[in-house]
Design a protein around this ligand. Structure first.
Ligand code: SUG
Length: 449
């Protein structure tokens, strides 16, 4: 795995900026946190500040940080497609009275979980030397499927230069081809600029007759989808592994693989029930990495599936800091839980990790989104960084400017009754108008044109 090495390539975390309509509508299937917080009051301003504080921690470690902007909400395009007519205020008012579920769908802030925005493969792995993007179709739920076309536009606006960046269409809308992006995808390499090997994890085959077993929750990712993305990105067949999720994990609330495994460089932290056939998956990963991968597995006897899901241990970010230390950026729930705290201490004493940083992203966690859900990893070489829209890359000044922007535009609280307030639309558009100027993205959204 070390033919050529672009030493200037870096892995950048693109975090979803938590949007002004972050709320708890209980929309997400198989996601226990989303279900249990349904209809509670949310705190959009606090949520966004927690997200920015996490970014500050990563920046403090010397890890490159960028943001992806939130999407316009409520999505009037969606509500009009669903038959609501008249002025914007009429559309919102009628949806609120006649179909509050659909208004919640149109109001969702779920694009904040950018691990589901797309699958991205670095140029070092592609035959045409370009970075490849496939936006996730997110077909399992209406609120997430509604992100896809705007996500595609955002990625195209930031990575516009076709000599460096290749954008594929989202996979067709079919339950055979459910795709939830990078949350089910990991890449292993020595250094980010080296050619890597990739792991795609799915929970169902995709052919209806092969998926006939009935379980508590349906899987969101199919093998047919994962294989299609790998094919579109031109990945070499000896550099990919396709792994079936353990069905017990899905039924315990592991709706994405990043709830039960995290990989970075040549390390994989995972639970023993992450994969249906753990021995075979480990063997394949060893072969793909010339036996260089370090697989650190947690047994059910150490940490149950239920506690893996409630602490979100495996939804930590695993990063390499500027001084080349391996750091786990873990949710504060792991600090409070005795078992996860001692597992992390053990990993530090064994040299798997150099240190841990605990981050509080509890507003996002309450919807099932931990630290790793909030970021999309994109490896870029120096020329690729020069070719992108650089306004989304954060430094201290931009972080301060975003903090100021949140403080001026966000509401403190949102309740289910607030979703019917037509003023939210104007507030959201004003906020996004200012944001796209600040990030140098111009007129990105339909409402701005
Ligand atoms: O798709 N929650 C998201 C959480 C996504 C987490 N991402 C990763 N694991 N990578 C989901 O289940 C809840 C929205 C609501 O209930 O209002 C939601 O969509």
């Amino acid at each position: 795995m070390n033919e050529t090495n672009d030493k200037d390539a870096v892995e950048i975390n693109f975090d979803g900026l938590i949007g002004p309509t972050h709320n708890f509508a209980g929309l997400a299937a198989g996601n226990l946190a989303s279900q249990s917080h349904r209809a509670q009051e949310s705190h959009p301003r606090f949520a966004a500040l927690q997200g920015l504080a996490k970014m500050r921690v990563l920046m403090g470690l010397g890890v490159p940080q960028a943001v992806l902007p939130p999407q316009p909400r409520p999505s009037l395009t969606l509500l009009r497609r669903l038959g609501f007519v008249g002025t914007d205020a009429t559309v919102i008012g009628d949806a609120f009275r006649q179909a509050p579920h659909l208004l919640a769908v149109a109001m969702s802030g779920s694009s904040m979980w950018t691990a589901n925005a797309a699958t991205v493969c670095p140029s070092a792995d592609s035959p045409d030397g370009r970075v490849h993007f496939t936006p996730a179709n997110l077909i399992t739920s209406a609120h997430r499927a509604n992100e896809t076309h705007v996500t595609a536009a955002v990625l195209k606006a930031i990575f516009a230069d076709e000599t460096h960046f290749s954008h594929h269409d989202p996979l067709p809308t079919s339950s055979d081809l459910g795709d939830e992006g990078a949350a089910n995808h990991s890449r292993f390499c020595d250094a980010p600029g080296d050619p890597g090997g990739q792991l795609f994890v799915y929970g169902a085959d995709g052919r209806a007759f092969a998926d006939a077993t009935s379980r508590r929750y349906t899987s969101r990712q199919t093998r047919l989808a994962s294989e299609s993305v790998a094919r579109l990105h031109g990945l070499r067949s000896d550099r990919v592994v396709f792994a079936l999720q353990h069905p017990d994990a899905i039924d315990a609330g592991v709706f994405h693989n990043d709830v039960i495994a995290v990989g970075h460089r040549l390390t994989l932290l995972c639970h023993e029930l992450a994969f249906a056939d753990r021995t075979d998956v480990h063997d394949q990963l060893r072969r793909m990495t010339d036996d260089r991968i370090r697989i650190v597995e947690v047994a059910t006897s150490q940490l149950s599936l239920a506690n893996s899901v409630s602490t979100y241990l495996f939804n930590s970010q695993l990063v390499t800091s500027a001084d080349r230390s391996t750091i786990l950026v873990a949710p504060t729930a792991c600090q409070r839980h005795e078992v996860t705290r001692s597992l992390i201490e053990q990993w530090i004493s064994e040299g798997v990790l150099d240190a841990v940083e605990f981050v509080d992203v509890n507003e996002s966690m309450a919807n099932g989104g931990g630290p790793a859900c909030l970021r999309l990893r994109i490896v870029l070489t120096e020329p690729e960084r020069r070719a992108m829209a650089s306004g989304v890359l954060l430094d201290d000044d931009r972080l301060a400017s975003l903090t100021d922007w949140v403080n001026r535009h966000y509401r403190e609280t949102l309740t289910p009754a607030d979703l019917g307030d037509p003023n939210l639309l104007r507030e959201n558009h004003d906020a996004l108008d200012e944001l796209t100027q600040r990030l140098g993205l111009g007129s990105l959204y339909e409402f701005q044109r």
